[in-house]
Design a protein. Structure first.
Length: 367
């Protein structure tokens, strides 16, 4: 029978080789993924974020590496029996080199992203830990820069592989860069504005910022290369181009070391003889208050003769910078001031008008 001839068997032999290569590739891929999963399960019990990020990033690139190079091996076997320029050794080498470069790039990008997410999780879980010395803004900026550097490096390595000279590309870029620069002035100004935010760090994600120059106030949600997103206190998102911050005067209340209480209190004129004791009582109360920072400026003084009152002012600082806690402390201080004033049998003034000689005025009685 013709199909059992030696030529037919030899033709059948390369097909068996291809089948065997594909089978071995799938088995190796399965075993590699199993080993990787077992190692990952053991390493997840440690506190080291780097090994977890490494194994998480390696999963897909390693799987595709085994499949692609197993397939290339099978194609090389087939190329000996199939006459086609498509399966030439030089083409297969090119595909292998490009695949290797792309897979390395994917692995590094995934590793950077996974490490960023895990370090950020540690920052949120242990804000005071010595292991997490990056704030979220610096972490995001560094991760973006590393990802961008990885992609650019991979592109520069891949270009000579496909026959594109980098020197010629740079020469073209010198001429074309001028045109692109003029066309993308706003984009570049926003990019460098974002870079200045990352370098100068006037604020970070989560900070409360406001500008006396413009109607900008809220909490920073994200800092991108082009835009910064601020969530206003009525929950509206505000998208601000980064170039705006290069010329903007900005306040960052989140970085206050203390919050100030500055209040003016009016006492009745008929309680003038009690003013000194009231001032001294308020000052003593503030000095002994657990939430008042007595190491900073603390002033309680009779200040001025107002139209309807004798005014004293209270000037002091709380230990906390939290907005809600500050108002609770301020309320407690103001209530204690009321107690002190009433303790000295005095009271607070309110606008009044005194009419002299009213006793001599008798209303006319009409019948």
């Amino acid at each position: 029978m013709d199909w059992l001839s030696l030529d037919s068997l030899s033709d059948l032999g390369w097909g068996v080789e291809v089948f065997a290569v594909v089978t071995v590739t799938l088995i190796v891929r399965y075993l590699a993924m199993r080993i990787l999963n077992i190692l990952e399960c053991h390493l997840q019990k440690t506190d080291n974020v780097w090994d977890d990020a490494l194994f998480e990033a390696a999963h897909k690139p390693l799987s595709w590496f085994i499949l692609i190079f197993g397939l290339l091996w099978a194609v090389r076997i087939s190329a000996g029996y199939i006459e086609s320029d498509l399966f030439a050794s030089s083409n297969l080498d090119l595909v292998g080199q490009l695949a290797f470069i792309v897979l390395i790039m994917i692995f590094l990008v995934r590793f950077i992203s996974s490490a960023e997410a895990r370090i950020l999780e540690n920052l949120q879980r242990q804000p005071g830990s010595e292991q997490t010395r990056f704030d979220p803004t610096t972490l995001h900026a560094l991760a973006k820069l590393l990802r961008l550097s990885t992609v650019i490096s991979a592109a520069l390595v891949a270009l000579p592989t496909v026959g594109i000279e980098i020197t010629a590309l740079l020469a073209f870029g010198g001429v074309g860069g001028l045109a692109v620069g003029f066309a993308a002035q706003d984009l570049l100004s926003n990019f460098f504005g974002g870079l200045m935010i990352y370098l100068d760090r006037p604020f970070a994600i989560g900070d409360w910022i406001r500008s006396p120059d413009r109607n900008i106030e809220g909490t920073v949600e994200s800092i991108g290369w082009r835009l910064t997103v601020v969530r206003t206190f009525d929950k509206r998102p505000l998208y601000i181009p980064n170039s705006v911050f290069t010329t903007l005067a900005l306040e960052n209340p989140s970085r206050m070391t203390n919050r100030r209480i500055y209040e003016t209190i009016g006492i009745r004129y008929q309680d003038a003889d009690k003013m000194a004791r009231i001032v001294e009582g308020i000052k003593t109360m503030l000095q002994n208050h657990d939430d008042i920072d007595s190491s900073l400026t603390l002033i309680v003084n009779f200040n001025t003769y107002a139209t309807c009152s004798l005014d004293l002012f209270v000037y002091t600082f709380t230990k906390t910078t939290d907005w809600i806690q500050f108002h609770e402390i301020k309320q407690d201080v103001m209530l204690k001031i009321i107690e002190i004033v009433h303790f000295h049998e005095a009271d607070f003034a309110f606008p009044t008008t005194t009419l002299d000689g009213i006793d001599g005025l008798v209303p006319e009685m009409r019948s």
